[in-house]
Design a binder for this molecule. Structure first.
Ligand SMILES: C[S@@+](CC[C@H](N)C(=O)[O-])C[C@H]1O[C@@H](n2cnc3c(N)ncnc32)[C@H](O)[C@@H]1O
Length: 394
């Protein structure tokens, strides 16, 4: 099977998680960049990446690299590709273009249009018919990147972003998507074998992703991919990878994964999502305020994404009060545990009355956040008065 160049894109800050996952999948020449990770492998590697990568949002295979100075070069370079290898005239396509540091081309729409013309003109000449454009659900989604005079054209194996696992019953307002939650869990010290809680779990993204991870449930098992309809689709290979993934799923874990949130609506969505993700037997959810919630098993790890004032609507919780409540929970229920919290507002963390022992910058959509680590004192360690000063304390 021939070797190819791939690129897995992700949220900024999660590149080490994606690289770690690709290493476990056996990918070669893994190079983490900004917002993605390049790697090499055969078709099997591409399929495996779509099926198993938890922290990436796209998997793209490079199908053209060229130097282009102007629109004529661009048209010729794209027209030089034998498009029969990648799509038939009966299939639809879409091209998403981005341009960086190239004053010759200012409009990504124009670049995408010229590239599309080169493809369909070739088809018309060879077959007398051409592919139509479908920007909603194309058979062949293409990504064109023009950086200075370097043109890279990729076919997008995922189409719909990989964070859309297929278990969300409705689009929730949660600013944390599934791939980000999984990537953050991978960047934490959680060993996938110790009791884990989220006391402000909202729709349960962290906990569902944790359950999928610990039970070895491939995140791509519940959805379809555009490559299943491509001309070079290797159905036997894909079915064997799906069978192997299904065979790996563990039906039970030797430890609890639990969450709470004070909003009943959020807990209802969390329950439905866990059911759709087929991990409802591995995760428990309760309606409770973090100030009073007592998990059935003392947690070894806490992960959470408390409100940090990112939403402008009136329904937003008071973020200061939420962080104070989280502080109460950590001080009261989490003796000796490790806590990992996503913060998009550093002025709030002082309400925890704890000092961080680690900070990883990560983008959560457009918001620059920190993935903060806290080590909670064990009750047997004695009084807190001699402990470190909390963040933000004078
Ligand atoms: C940013 S959302 C968390 C989103 C979540 N990560 C998800 O996957 O949907 C913050 C959550 O904190 C909850 N919350 C705020 N204050 C709380 C408190 N005192 N006790 C429990 N939950 C609280 C809110 O109801 C909200 O669901």
């Amino acid at each position: 099977m021939s070797e190819r160049n791939y690129y897995a894109s992700c949220n900024r800050g999660l590149e080490p998680a994606v690289a770690q996952e690709l290493g476990a999948l056996g990918a070669a020449d893994i190079v983490a960049g900004r917002g993605g990770v390049a790697f090499r492998g055969d078709l099997r590697t591409g399929y495996l990446a779509c099926l198993w990568l938890r922290s990436a949002i796209r998997v793209q295979e490079e199908i053209l690299e060229a130097r282009v100075r102007d629109a004529v070069d661009l048209y010729e370079a794209v027209g030089f590709v034998d498009w029969d290898r990648w799509l038939t005239p009966d299939q639809t396509l879409a091209i998403y273009a981005s341009i960086r540091d190239n004053p010759e081309f200012r409009h990504s729409g124009f670049v995408a249009l010229r590239a599309k013309d080169a493809i369909v003109d070739q088809q018309r000449e060879k077959h007398g018919k051409r592919s139509s454009v479908d920007t909603h659900m194309p058979d062949l989604p293409l990504k064109l990147v023009l950086k200075r005079d370097k043109l890279l054209l990729y076919r997008d194996f995922a189409g719909v972003s990989l964070h859309k696992r297929g278990y969300r019953p409705v689009q929730v307002k949660s600013p944390l998507n599934e791939a980000t939650a999984a990537g953050l869990l991978l960047l934490s010290d959680w060993d996938q074998a110790s009791p884990l809680v989220d006391p402000m779990c909202g729709s349960g993204t962290f906990l569902i992703e944790a359950a999928l991870m610990a039970s070895d449930f491939a995140p791509g098992l519940l959805r379809t991919f555009p490559f299943e309809f491509w001309v070079d689709f290797d159905e036997a290979l894909w079915n064997s990878l799906l069978d192997e993934a299904r065979g790996r799923v563990k039906q039970s874990l030797g430890f609890p994964i639990a969450g709470a949130d004070r909003h009943p609506g959020a807990i209802a969505i969390a329950g439905e999502s866990a059911y759709a993700a087929r991990v409802d037997h591995l995760v428990t959810f309760e309606i409770a305020d973090a100030r009073v919630w007592k998990p059935a098993t003392p947690p070894a790890f806490v992960v959470s994404n408390p409100p940090y004032g990112e939403r402008l609507d009136a329904a937003e919780d008071d973020p200061e009060d939420a962080w104070r409540a989280l502080g109460d929970f950590l001080h009261g229920q989490c003796s000796g545990a490790e806590a990992w919290l996503l913060s998009g507002n550093k002025s709030l963390t002082r309400h925890l009355r704890l000092r961080t022992s680690g900070r990883t910058p990560v983008m959560n959509g457009p918001i620059e956040c920190r993935w903060l680590k806290y080590e909670l004192r064990s009750k047997s360690d004695g009084p807190k008065s001699d402990g470190p000063k909390p963040d933000g304390a004078e």
